[in-house]
Design a protein around this ligand. Structure first.
Ligand code: ATP
Length: 351
């Protein structure tokens, strides 16, 4: 069942198309991450869905009903803002109960719901606290509980974890995902952090310049990027300008690579962009790529080696046991792992 359906949604601010003809179907119960660089239109898209922004074009449907112009407070969507927007003059319980109070729920019903929500977000007994008496992670949980108070049909969160330090953020990513799975609520989270998206999402929607670049399961986006933007934005792909020959091989400035049947070719013969992940470059004495070791980062769990290949800096990563015996300045021969290459259309020249 489709929970949300966006058809040709656009939002213009003057001459800027902040959201440009976005069409997406979001299945019920799905955890969606809207991912993209700063200014790509993620927040604007979320605000369009929330009804906090009026679209310049397109339509929005929820549960089969058109809601394009329905007032925000009648959509029954929960929202967590980047700033959290908690009320400092109210205690935790009244913050969480606020959406219920403005909908006219009685005090008894509100307090029962607050107690259940505090359990849910693992803050039992903290209802009487003031917001300034909470840690960053606890505030986050209060904002999440408030967003869930009305038992929303759709839960919308704008960079909910961005203010937290790295450890707490990773912990909360797992917690938020588990909470969503338990409740089964259709959830959309805006993030610019690709690891966060890969950790939490069933469906990742990658945006750039107001447009959807690709929508798919995390591993589909990682393994099979639709274009050079997605390949470069998700994970650290090595992107090499190349020529796709009509015999199906690839020319890398004089180095010929025969493609494996599992490699993916997404463009026509001619100038192209080869994408290969650092973990897909394997040491191989007969390998077609010879590159010079520029830097070695030994991280214990893995070894990252930066290599110079002509004008291009390549990144390769090896498990400690596979670490090639090389030092800075040595030449290293590499072969792509079968299926590790994606040949993409070259990025468009900037206008
Ligand atoms: P960030 O990750 O930095 O929050 P974002 O991807 O969420 O970025 P948006 O906030 O949606 O991006 O903004 C998209 C574009 O629209 C930006 O160029 C922004 O400057 C512009 N924009 C957003 N809101 C307005 C507004 N109210 N008036 C004019 N321009 C706006």
């Amino acid at each position: 069942m489709t929970a949300l359906s966006l058809r040709g949604m656009s939002k213009r601010f003057g001459s800027l198309a902040a959201v440009d003809d976005v069409s997406i179907e979001i299945p019920a119960g799905c955890f969606v991450c809207l991912l993209g660089p700063s200014g790509c239109g993620k927040t604007t898209l979320l605000r369009l869905i929330a009804g906090l922004e009026e679209p310049s074009g397109g339509s929005l449907h929820a549960g089969g009903r058109e809601i394009t112009t329905l007032a925000s407070n009648r959509r029954d969507f929960g929202m967590v803002f980047q700033s959290l927007a908690l009320f400092p003059h109210l205690d935790v319980a009244d913050n969480i109960a606020y959406p219920l109070a403005i909908r006219g729920h009685g005090r008894r019903a509100r307090m029962d719901r607050v107690a259940a929500l505090l359990e849910l977000v693992q803050l039992p007994g903290l209802g009487a606290r003031r917001i300034h008496q909470l840690s960053g992670g606890q505030r986050q949980r209060v904002a999440i509980a408030r967003g869930l108070a009305i038992d929303p049909k759709v839960f919308l969160l704008d960079e909910p974890l961005s203010a937290l330090d790295a450890n707490l953020r990773e912990h909360m990513q797992v917690e938020l995902r588990q909470l969503q799975q338990r409740l089964g609520v259709t959830t959309l989270v805006v993030t610019h952090d690709q690891k966060e998206a890969l950790t939490m999402a069933d469906l990742v929607i990658v945006m750039n310049e107001g447009k959807v670049q690709q929508a798919g399961a995390p591993m589909e986006i990682y393994r099979d990027p639709a274009n050079a933007f997605v390949a470069g934005f998700i994970g650290q792909s090595n992107l090499l300008p190349c020529t796709l020959e009509s015999d199906g091989s690839v020319d890398l400035g004089g180095t010929r690579l025969a493609l494996d049947p599992q490699d993916r070719v997404k463009t026509r013969p001619g100038p192209a962009m080869l994408s290969i992940r650092p973990e897909d470059l394997r040491p191989d004495p007969q390998g077609p790529i010879t590159a010079r070791v520029a830097f070695i980062r030994d991280l214990g769990e893995s070894v990252q080696i930066a290599l110079d290949f002509g004008e291009t800096r390549l990144q390769a990563v090896f498990a400690p046991r596979e670490r090639p015996a090389v030092a800075i300045g040595d030449a290293l021969r590499l072969a792509p792992a079968p299926g590790g290459i994606v040949v993409l259309a070259p990025p468009e020249a900037p206008a």
